[in-house]
Design a protein around this ligand. Structure first.
Ligand SMILES: [Zn+2]
Length: 382
């Protein structure tokens, strides 16, 4: 396939995906391609089964127009995510619908063992749905750490003790499919763009509040990776000089003050339940000390969000955290603190959205890396 043909196919596909269902006449208008190129491209995509017809629409002159949409069952993608609780795997269709998911504890941090577990998980998911090799668009792997996504190398992960591990070739050699490796918060930001809350934003950040605190940042509809794949170290913004020690070796980082382990440590010191559901239940039942733990964390996070937005001038920040953490005490304190500390607030509006974290959304973010690449190469499996 020539690069021009592939480029036209990619443009047509992306436009149909975003505006589905859509007629050929609308596609011509929206893409700026000639009617003959649109006709050839859609014919090819229909023959390959990547598009399907979706009824008839009358245009303004009363002429019937066949509407086209993506066939989500044309291919599947796999997403693997390493989280604090283990390896989470999903298999999705092309619209990000999770067809199957599975989670196992990680048996070892050794890279070859991690790859072996990924391969075993994919085999398990495939077995449930009898997926053929030619139906697989690719696999994405989301990891905590600094990632060079061009080569699929984990440059550094303090969580797993990796330095310069080339995961992408290891995965591709083991599987024979295209593989994509990305930082976990970045993968989540891609997932929100493709299938979640960020579909209509061009400039946004996904902030993850879990065992650590991180961020994935989109600017002008592109994931911002920085010069070394080390963007989004939002948890290590210094909030309190001489504050508590952080896992990074510094003091007073946001993560040391407002991550879930930090909160539970504060709860234990105050004689409160040292587990998140228990601490939330205490706050909801009216315990002012438990409410104060969440309110203090919310103030720190809102303060840090105002800094992030001062630098980036975002349309939205999507806060991803366990449902228990996203309680009214945390959210209200966070929003008040963001507003009180934001010089931009009076002049610009930035949406603060909340996404309840579950294991599937990390893996769905990873799968969206493979789906994005599938569309970028014109919907060709390989
Ligand atoms: Zn730190």
């Amino acid at each position: 396939m020539s690069s021009g043909t592939r480029s036209a196919l990619t443009t047509v596909l992306q436009t149909i995906r975003q505006h589905s269902p859509v007629s050929r006449a609308s596609l011509t208008r929206m893409t700026g391609l000639s009617p003959s190129v649109v006709s050839t491209s859609t014919k090819q995509l229909l023959e390959r089964g990547l598009l399907e017809e979706h009824g008839i629409h009358q245009d303004t002159l009363g002429r019937p127009q066949v509407l086209l949409k993506i066939n989500p069952s044309h291919a599947v993608a796999f997403g693997m995510a390493l989280t604090w609780s283990g390896l989470h795997a999903v298999m999705t269709d092309l619209e990000g619908t999770v067809l199957a998911s599975h989670a196992v504890p990680l048996v070892s941090d050794a890279p070859d063992q991690v790859i072996a577990q990924c391969v075993a998980e994919m085999a398990e998911l495939r077995k449930q749905h009898k997926v053929r090799n030619k139906d697989i668009a690719g696999v994405g792997l989301a990891l905590p750490g600094w990632i060079d996504s061009e080569t699929g190398t984990c440059l550094k992960s303090t969580v797993h003790g990796w330095n310069g591990v080339q995961f992408r070739p290891l995965l591709e050699d083991a599987l024979g499919y295209p593989a994509f490796v990305e930082n976990d918060a970045n993968a989540l930001a891609v997932g929100e763009k493709w299938f979640g809350l960020a579909k209509h934003y061009e400039n946004y950040a996904v902030v993850t509040l879990v065992d650590g605190i991180g961020a994935g940042i989109y600017t002008y509809n592109q994931l911002y990776r920085g010069s070394r794949g080390a963007t989004g170290e939002f948890g290590h913004i210094n909030i309190a000089i001489d504050g508590p020690a952080c896992t990074c070796g510094k003091r007073g980082c946001l993560e040391a003050l407002a991550s879930i382990p930090a909160l539970l440590q504060q709860a234990a010191a105050a004689g409160l339940p040292a587990d998140l559901p228990g601490l939330t239940a205490a706050a909801v039942s009216g315990d002012p000390k438990a409410q104060a733990v969440f309110e203090t964390a919310g103030r720190y996070i809102g303060y840090a969000l105002s800094t992030l937005n001062h630098i980036l001038d975002l349309q939205a920040i999507i806060i991803t955290a366990p449902a228990d953490y996203l309680n009214p005490y945390l959210k209200e304190a966070l929003e008040v603190s963001y507003r009180d500390n934001s010089v931009l607030f009076a002049d610009t509006r930035m949406d603060i959205l909340y996404q309840e974290e579950d294991s599937d959304i990390w893996a769905l973010g990873a799968a969206s890396l493979a789906i994005q690449a599938f569309y970028e190469r014109g919907g060709v499996i390989r």
